[in-house]
Write a protein that binds this ligand. Structure first.
Ligand code: NAD
Ligand code: MG
Length: 498
């Protein structure tokens, strides 16, 4: 692991001095309106770059380019050719790991060390894993047996791209979320318009360079920068878009469903969470303490799957709570480029105030901060890692997604009680279970209404493993073979033989 803070490489310095433009039909383009907005470093509030402020005209141009590319060069390419290009994207991401890690750390505020070890290598993993799929998307032959269809038939299915995909993503893992959308969409032969979050537009623009260098034909991936209520809303409502793949808040997810109704475009949603993390008294307690802290504090708590509700069995409650609080107090909160930093700032001033508002509300409702509980410093948007005890199921801090480094802790005695408490949420993205009893682990995993259950682990995401939400955490699954349900249409062909 490299431990020195990177000085901006010359390519990143040049990248940041020029305005960041859209990528439409293979070319960098300003907005039709010629307007720009600023993106900021949340460690100090300094402006990093000016970014093209997209609007409906830009979306129209991008959708038209994606439509042309769908029937043009991308559609004509063989699956094996597409596969090679996607693999090359992974290689180029790896070659430019320092550039991407630096841009991500500056724009989002996450520690550079983690961007270098997590965000960029995982993005490369995703492109490489998905690079294997174009040659493996198969249909099947199916017997025709209905009494109403007498005769001799031969029937098969084929999987075809859905078409033009709009990928709208959040700011917490800007590059990785883009990789999660682009790699399967492209593997299945779709073309894409990517809309990065306005808080973190930079790594997507750099990804545009890599996609071009890897040989992705013009128009296959278009990147339109700008705000959600302009670019995002225009994409969600656009009659030329066949599918929206969205990662973001449940509230905006609902708006996207509404906007998509005009042409009934396909919609998949990766939304928020309030995931329970359950520690039993028979667990390896040291591992559970470490795991519970990492489950909430990784990425400043700005993770949709964060283990934000910690349930601890009474016998080990004090030990676990003290252990998690000690780790929270010792975590190094600091500038993203400081190699010692483990926790960066919240992504924006707005997110800082959202998290501080939850801390106030927790206090007002009677919760106690065992450690942390407030803002750290007055430069940048830092929040102290916080452990809240004396919490109750009715409190806002327990019910609502905070999306910051704040965990609520509650004791429990019986298995049935903790299952009920864990499921007492409108969300259902993930859960953690810490126990050395294998049968208990499987029993609980079956009872929890969540898309992913980690046992004696947390945050393990893999390109081959389906991920997504029950209840209001989303529609559909990303990753693995399952993601192709979202990015293909199944065509059934029936032939009368005689
Ligand atoms: P957000 O919903 O405000 O924004 C996400 C994206 O949607 C941004 O690109 C934004 O510009 C765009 N957008 C905003 N309004 C829009 C509209 N009306 N139409 C179309 N697009 C619009 O989310 P956020 O607050 O930036 O991100 C945090 C949320 O994302 C959290 O709730 C978190 O749980 C969720 N998230 C989920 C996952 C997952 O995989 N389940 C991953 C990361 C983040
Ligand atoms: Mg920024």
């Amino acid at each position: 692991m490299t431990t020195t803070a990177a000085a901006p490489s010359s390519s990143v310095t040049t990248f940041l001095t020029n305005p960041v433009l859209h990528m439409i039909d293979g070319r960098n383009a300003p907005s039709a309106s010629e307007e720009f907005f600023g993106t900021f470093n949340p460690c100090n509030g300094d402006e990093l770059a000016q970014v093209a402020f997209g609007g409906k005209d830009d979306v129209d141009r991008a959708v038209a380019a994606a439509r042309r590319a769908l029937d043009g060069p991308w559609g004509r390419m063989t699956p094996a050719e597409r596969s090679k290009i996607l693999w090359r994207v992974g290689d180029l991401l790896e070659e430019r790991v320092e550039d991407f890690a630096l841009v991500e750390a500056l724009d989002n505020g996450k520690p550079l060390t983690y961007a270098r070890l997590v965000d960029v290598p995982l993005s490369a993993d995703w492109f490489r894993y998905m690079a294997g799929w174009p040659t493996k998307l198969e249909g099947s032959t199916i017997p025709v047996t209905a009494t109403a269809a007498p005769g001799d038939y031969f029937a098969y299915t084929a999987r075809e791209p859905v078409g033009v995909v709009a990928a709208i993503v959040a700011w917490n893992f800007p590059l990785l979320l883009a990789a999660w959308k682009l790699s399967p969409a492209l593997a299945a032969g779709n073309t894409v318009i990517l809309k990065p979050a306005e808080q973190t537009p930079l790594s997507a623009a750099l990804l545009g360079e890599v996609l071009r260098d890897a040989g992705i034909p013009d128009g296959v991936v278009n990147i339109v920068q700008g705000h959600g209520d302009s670019v995002g809303a225009a994409l969600a409502a656009h009659p030329g878009v066949d599918k929206v793949s969205f990662t973001g808040s449940t509230e905006v997810g609902r708006r996207i469903v509404g906007a998509a109704r005009g042409n009934l475009k396909k919609v998949t949603l990766e939304l928020g969470g309030k995931s329970p993390n359950i520690v039993f008294d028979d667990a390896d307690i040291d591992a559970a303490i470490q795991g519970a802290a990492m489950a909430i504090f990784f990425n400043q708590g700005e993770a949709c799957e964060a283990g934000s509700r910690l349930y601890v069995q009474s016998k080990v409650y004090d030990q676990v709570v003290e252990g998690v609080a000690r780790i929270a107090a010792e975590l190094k909160v600091g500038d993203s480029l400081d190699p010692d930093s483990q926790i960066g700032p919240m992504v924006s001033e707005r997110q800082l105030h959202t998290v501080l508002g939850y801390l106030d509300s927790g206090r007002a409702e009677g919760a106690i901060a065992l450690t942390g509980g407030g803002r750290k410093g007055d430069i940048g948007y830092f929040v102290e890692p916080t452990v809240l005890v004396d919490t109750k199921p009715t409190m806002r801090v327990v019910k609502e997604e905070i999306f910051g480094p704040v965990v609520t802790v509650m004791p429990f005695d019986k298995v049935d009680d903790v299952v009920t408490a864990a499921n007492d949420t409108e969300y259902g993205l993930a859960a953690g279970v810490w126990t050395s009893d294998v049968s208990k682990a499987h029993t609980i995993a079956a009872k929890i209404k969540a898309g992913t259950v980690w046992i004696n682990s947390y945050h393990v995401l893999d390109p081959a493993l389906p991920f997504g939400g029950y209840k209001q955490s989303g529609w559909g699954r990303e990753h693995g073979a399952a993601v192709f349900d979202a990015y293909t249409e199944t065509k059934t062909v029936i032939i009368k033989k005689g």
